[in-house]
Every structure is written in C-alpha cells, then in structure tokens.
Design a protein around this ligand. Structure first.
Ligand SMILES: N[C@@H](CCC(=O)N[C@@H](CS)C(=O)NCC(=O)O)C(=O)O
Length: 201
C-alpha cells in the first residue's frame, strides 16, 4: 500500500497513526507530498479531490478521506483499530466523531486565518472557535473512553486533533480546566507512533 501525506496535515496524521498502531508500517510506503504546490500533479494523479491523505490499496483502489482509510486499515489488520465489544465500539465511534468534528473545525479556522486579511470572515472564525470549545469540553467529559496503552481510532483521532490545536491554535489553551484530558494526551504522546508523526508547524 502507499499512503500519500503531508507532515502537518492532521487528517494525514490520523491515517499515519492508524498505519502504525494497526502494525502495518511494514506494508505501507509513506509518500511525503510536501511542499504541496510542487507535488500537486502527483497528488491529482491519484486523487481527484486533491487532498491528503490518500491510501492506494494492495488492490489498486485510491482511498481518500481519513475515516475511510482508517476503516480499510482496520479491515486489513483484522480489527486492530476499533473495539469488538459492541458497547465499547459505540462509545469509541462517538468519541471518534467528536474528535473528527474538532479536527474539521480547527482546520477551517486555521485556513480562514491564513487568508489575506481582507478576505477573512470574523464570523466564521468566531463560530469555529466556539465550536472548538464545545468539542474540547465534550472530549474532556469522555476521557475515560481514551487510552494511551491500547489506542483505537477514537484515541488516535483525538490525539491528532489536539496535536493540531497545539500547533495552529495554541491560544485556545485547550488544557486549561481539562487536566485529565491533558494528562491522557501527555501519556499517548510517548508512544512511538505519536512521536514519529509530530508535525513541524
Ligand atoms: N475530510 C478529509 C479532509 C482532508 C483535508 O482537508 N486535507 C487537507 C490537508 S490538512 C488538504 O489536503 N487540503 C487541500 C485542499 O483543500 O485543497 C479527510 O478526512 O481526509
């Protein structure tokens, strides 16, 4: 398999974490497309959406969307990325959804803030900042579902989203008043998969 990524993309990090924690690193060639502008033609050759990550499977399918990629890697690994117990699986899916929504919100706000000043929408920035606060709180309230010892996609998506918050939105101060979430994040960051994929913002 081949995984097209860029080092600072939280979505690509989610997929790269999935590869590692599913024990599939030996079967996946990671292709770094940074700098993006120079490598756009290479990306578009496999991905009409023009977004990373993209996973080209052993069967030659080019999968876009990090969630789709995570599910395929779960299949390939024989179910290493999601709990099997139905109740635990539901809880994990709930948290993965929240973390995914946080990632989207942080990314939208970051992109908005990188536009020329005259094109920025203060309304969008404010809306997304408020959304992020709600989602930090929701994740903090579900910290019991997160694991640093045996992380599933709920934990890996949350770690990728919070790592992106550290890089792009440090002023959010997501650790403030969320000590248990901060402590879990510090613990999961010690795993090799997390350490190997730290973005360089
Ligand atoms: N929903 C997609 C989002 C992927 C995404 O937006 N990737 C960004 C990098 S962080 C990208 O490639 N953006 C390029 C663009 O918007 O043209 C996923 O989960 O994979």
């Amino acid at each position: 398999m081949q995984l097209y990524h860029t080092p600072n993309s939280p979505y690509a990090r989610r997929a790269r974490l999935a590869v590692r924690e599913a024990g599939l690193l030996g079967r996946v060639e990671e292709i770094d497309l940074h700098p993006r502008e120079e490598n756009l033609a290479r990306l578009l050759a496999v991905a009409p959406a023009g977004k990373v990550p993209v996973l080209v499977t052993d069967g030659g399918a080019a999968l876009c969307e990090s969630l789709v990629i995570a599910h395929h890697l779960d299949d390939v690994s024989g179910g290493k990325l999601y709990p099997r117990d139905p109740a635990a699986r539901e809880r994990a899916l709930e948290v993965e959804g929240l973390a995914s929504a946080l990632m989207d919100s942080l990314f939208v706000r970051s992109r908005e803030k990188r536009r020329p000043q005259a094109e920025q929408s203060p309304g969008v920035i404010e809306l997304e900042a408020e959304r992020a606060v709600r989602l930090y709180d929701a994740l903090a309230a579900r910290v019991a579902v997160l694991s640093a010892d045996a992380p599933d996609m709920a934990s890996l998506t949350t770690a990728a989203a919070l790592g992106y918050a550290d890089g792009r939105h440090p002023d959010d101060g997501w650790r403030d008043g969320r000590a248990a979430l901060a402590s879990w994040f510090a613990a999961i960051m010690k795993r090799p998969a997390l350490a190997e994929t730290v973005p360089a913002f």
